[in-house]
Design a protein around this ligand. Structure first.
Ligand code: BES
Ligand code: MN
Ligand code: ZN
Length: 486
């Protein structure tokens, strides 16, 4: 789909050659400056009590006299913020869905409020509205006919809003890639599949991609990652993908994504209910691929490296057992008290591997703990970092990208829970503060780097009727990386 800015000519928006027009309203009074046919319709609808000027209110009108676009949707966008715009456009797109519209023009009744962030939010809302998973569902509805979307603005706004649309499209493509990978079931999205996706991304967008196999990981001494993978017949992959957009000497940002393509829990097996959702346990890995795609598409002047340890967590006669002690790549030993706390076991070796790149910052992204879902629900991702400046950057990126996170503590007192009589640490710390003790475990492997951890267990996918991957936190990560490029 194509997005562009539209500066209406003398005929106004009613003369635009679009076949659908979405008018976004703000405030509780009728907007000034709307073209006469739209203003008249809106005034009449409000007077007749068919539309009230409140957030979320909608009105659809067909073949309005004096308006070239056959379909007109009025949607109230609350306070006119980018967040409110996104919500309104999502709602408005549903009004136009199923219709024959190919070219949509979107206008803010008060165009003065539009910023780059609004433009980006528009793209994300449209992309979300038209997304349909169909890879393993031949009966899924046909693709939307929508081919182009124009954002109505003034000449003075056009350049800035155009940049927002461009960034929005890159983020949307990254989000779509992350969603497609994560939505695929575990028998399709295997570690090998993720490696192929990375290789394809490399070919299409100019990334250097390297895939290590079990033997390579053995040579590197990744005893912790190998322990998780040993219960599965599916070969592990350790994926390293590099985007070089800046000088070779520039320290890279490194993203490490948890790539458990299915988490049964292993010998500490999970209950059957909702276990299918553990196909989403590679959501962190998917977000790394999505972010690499977005950053490469924008040709950002930054060096970015994505690292993905990928394997299955299965119970079998070769699986790791509770009480087994393994030696991580860092040399620290780990008593695996619960084989279901496998995410931290694969991430710790990937974090140690990241040291070789002497990163400016390393951020790991993982569907790590059910405890994080209990703490923060499904709206904000959990952010952990001992580095205040890095935490501030990531939080700001999340707010700007409408992909918010919330900072959680990492006081050393929490480390107590990881003590073991048989190894340098245990891999679990009990129920209390489970998201924090998981982060404390990772912290033990990151002393040499500026590090942050995003627990996306509550945000990477939706459950219930709308079950499916969200593509989060690609938007947050892309904003974070782009801010470092400028
Ligand atoms: N992938 C899960 C975390 C998870 C669980 C995410 C449910 C979303 C919903 C992770 O590997 C896991 O199993 N974590 C355990 C850790 C525990 C054994 C300390 C958990 O959260 O129960
Ligand atoms: Mn688990
Ligand atoms: Zn897991």
């Amino acid at each position: 789909m194509d997005f562009k800015t539209i500066v209406p000519g003398a005929g106004g928006v009613v003369a635009l050659p679009a076949d659908a027009l979405m008018v976004l309203l703000t405030g509780d009074t009728l907007p000034a400056g709307l073209d006469a046919p739209l203003a008249a319709l809106l005034a009449a609808a409000v007077k007749d009590g068919d539309l009230s000027l409140k957030a979320g209110q909608q009105l659809y009108a067909h073949r309005v006299p004096g308006v070239k676009a056959a379909r007109v949707a009025f949607v109230h966008a609350g306070d006119g913020s980018a967040k409110a715009l996104r919500k309104a456009v999502l709602g408005g797109a549903a009004l136009l869905k199923g219709g024959g519209a190919k070219n949509l023009a979107v206008m803010m009744a008060d165009p003065g409020v539009l910023t780059e962030v609004h433009a980006e939010a528009l793209v994300s809302a449209i992309a979300e509205a038209v997304y349909v998973y169909r890879q393993t569902k031949p009966s899924a509805p046909a693709a939307s006919r929508l081919a182009s979307v124009g954002l109505v603005c003034t000449k003075a706004q056009s350049a800035a809003l155009g940049a927002g649309l461009e960034r929005g499209q890159a983020v949307a493509a990254g989000v779509a890639l992350a969603r497609e990978c994560a939505n695929l079931p575990g028998n399709h999205c295997t570690p090998g599949f993720l490696a192929d996706q990375a290789r394809k991304l490399g070919k299409d967008h100019g990334l250097k991609v390297e895939v290590l196999n079990r033997k390579d990981c053995e040579k590197l001494g990744m005893g912790s990652f190998l322990a998780v993978a040993q219960g599965s017949a599916e070969p592990l992959k350790f994926i390293v993908a590099r985007w070089q957009g800046a000088d070779k000497s520039d320290a890279p940002v490194v993203l490490v994504g948890k790539g458990i393509t299915f988490d049964t829990g292993g010998i500490s097996i999970k209950p059957a209910g909702d276990m299918d959702e553990m196909k989403f346990d590679m959501g962190g890995a998917a977000s790394v691929l999505g972010t690499l795609r977005a950053v490469a598409q924008l040709k950002a002047k930054v060096n970015l490296i994505g690292i993905i340890p990928a394997c299955e967590n299965m119970p079998s006669s070769t699986a790791v057992k509770p009480g087994d002690v393994v030696t991580s790549m860092s040399g620290q030993t780990i008593e695996i008290l619960n084989t279901d706390a496998e995410g931290r076991l694969i991430l710790c070796d990937a974090l140690t591997y990241a040291e070789r790149f002497e990163p400016a910052a390393v951020v790991d992204i993982a569907t790590l703990t059910g405890a994080c879902v209990v703490a923060l629900g499904h709206h904000r991702s959990g952010l952990f970092s001992s580095d205040d400046a890095l935490a501030t950057e990531l939080l700001a990126a999340g707010e700007q990208a409408l992909d918010p996170a919330w900072r959680m503590p990492l006081d050393e007192e929490y480390d107590e829970a990881l003590k073991s009589n048989f190894a340098d640490m245990g891999n679990v710390g009990g129920r209390a503060g489970g998201a924090i003790t998981a982060a404390m475990f990772l912290k033990r492997f990151t002393a040499k780097m500026r590090w942050a951890h995003l627990d996306v267990a509550g945000t990477a996918w939706n459950s219930g009727k709308a079950k499916g991957a969200t593509g989060r936190p690609v938007a947050l990560l892309t904003h974070f990386v782009l801010a470092r490029a400028r």
